[in-house]
Design a protein. Structure first.
Length: 181
């Protein structure tokens, strides 16, 4: 008998998985934005940096990814397929089909999509450290801990247990390969 449990691969992710993935993403972006603005005393520069962070994070996830990454994914080609973010459905409406061979390129180069994606989660954590030092408050600490907690949740629960483990593209995906899935 094998110790490995049989894992279902989802050609069409359940809505609960999509909600968990996108909910954690949106919450991270929103709390990161609020933390940046609050942490730098709601100054004009804090508003600019906070909203700029939110805009860039949102755009890389919900515009750039469907335009550049999704068209190269197997989920784009599946008639009724729906990936963990459900962005393949949106991508089919706005982007031309790419090449499966180009899917691993999402992890190549310093400004590749994977690095920008991860930066969108790391930037508020880094920004909140000096904000906590300069303008400590219990609320700001709670936001910082929540953002760090969402990052930890993403890395140790969402990716390996909710998302990547069930993905049809995991054999081609550099993310899944890095995690040993």
């Amino acid at each position: 008998m094998s110790d490995e449990k049989k894992v279902n691969v989802y050609p069409r992710y359940p809505l609960i998985n999509i909600f968990i993935y996108n909910g954690a993403t949106a919450l991270h972006y929103i709390l990161g934005t609020v933390g940046i603005i609050m942490g730098f005393k709601m100054s004009p520069a804090a508003y600019v940096f906070g909203y700029l962070y939110f805009a860039l994070a949102f755009l890389q996830m919900y515009v750039v990814m469907p335009l550049t990454v999704c068209p190269n994914c197997v989920y784009y080609r599946m008639k009724n397929g729906r990936c963990i973010s459900a962005l393949n459905v949106f991508s089919r409406k706005i982007a031309k089909e790419g090449r499966l061979e180009d899917f691993p390129n999402r992890a190549k180069g310093i400004f590749c999509h994977n690095n920008i994606y991860m930066a969108s989660f790391i930037v508020p954590i880094i920004a909140l450290i000096p904000a906590l030092i300069l303008n400590f408050s219990v609320n700001l600490l709670a936001i910082f801990l929540a953002v760090v907690g969402l990052m930890v949740l993403r890395i140790f629960v969402i990716f390996p247990k909710v998302a990547c483990i069930h993905c049809c593209a995991k054999k081609e995906c550099p993310n899944a390969q890095q995690m040993g899935i």
